[in-house]
Design a protein around this ligand. Structure first.
Ligand SMILES: [Zn+2]
Length: 163
């Protein structure tokens, strides 16, 4: 089984939290998994839940829903999301050479901008959400396609093991 990589929150770019409801499991009705972003003292930006007989299945279903919605809900991309997204791609390498170069240039430009001017700079660089539309969104779609192919391959592999 492959471990499912969770996307960062589409708004704040933080890693989501996975919660396992131990008391629900103790009651014997099955397992409950919640995945959410948790901003301090505020409502989650995104939250998904799933209930299944076993926790692993509940987690897998919740993780798929989280990733799908995280990809869909970026909207006008925040710098926080972009920053976290670049870190993830640098770690997993799932972007093209040109995308990596362009994103590195953007990050350097942002780092050279004084903190108080960053919001303005970001709005200028990402005018009309262009960084999202031209780099992040197509890359997210490629990642999703690759994951679908991988999942189909695993299911075929599993089916072959039944005899
Ligand atoms: Zn968030």
């Amino acid at each position: 089984m492959t471990e499912i990589m969770l996307r960062v929150c589409p708004v704040c770019g933080k890693e989501p939290r996975v919660k396992r409801d131990q008391s629900y499991e103790a009651s014997g009705f099955g397992a409950w998994c919640t995945i959410q972003c948790k901003p301090f003292l505020r409502k989650p930006h995104l939250r998904v839940e799933s209930g299944k007989a076993q926790f692993q299945r509940a987690f897998e279903e919740a993780a798929e829903a989280w990733n799908r919605r995280a990809d869909e809900q970026v909207g006008t991309m925040t710098f926080e999301y972009f920053d976290a997204w670049c870190n993830d791609r640098a770690a997993d390498g799932r972007w093209g050479f040109l995308e990596a170069l362009t994103c590195t240039d953007i990050m350097l430009e942002m780092r050279d901008t004084p903190r108080r001017k960053r919001k303005e700079k970001w709005d200028e660089l990402n005018a009309n959400n262009c960084i999202f539309e031209e780099i992040v969104k197509p890359t997210n779609e490629k990642i999703k396609d690759a994951e679908a192919v991988q999942k189909a391959g695993e299911e075929l592999g599993d089916a072959g093991k039944t005899d």
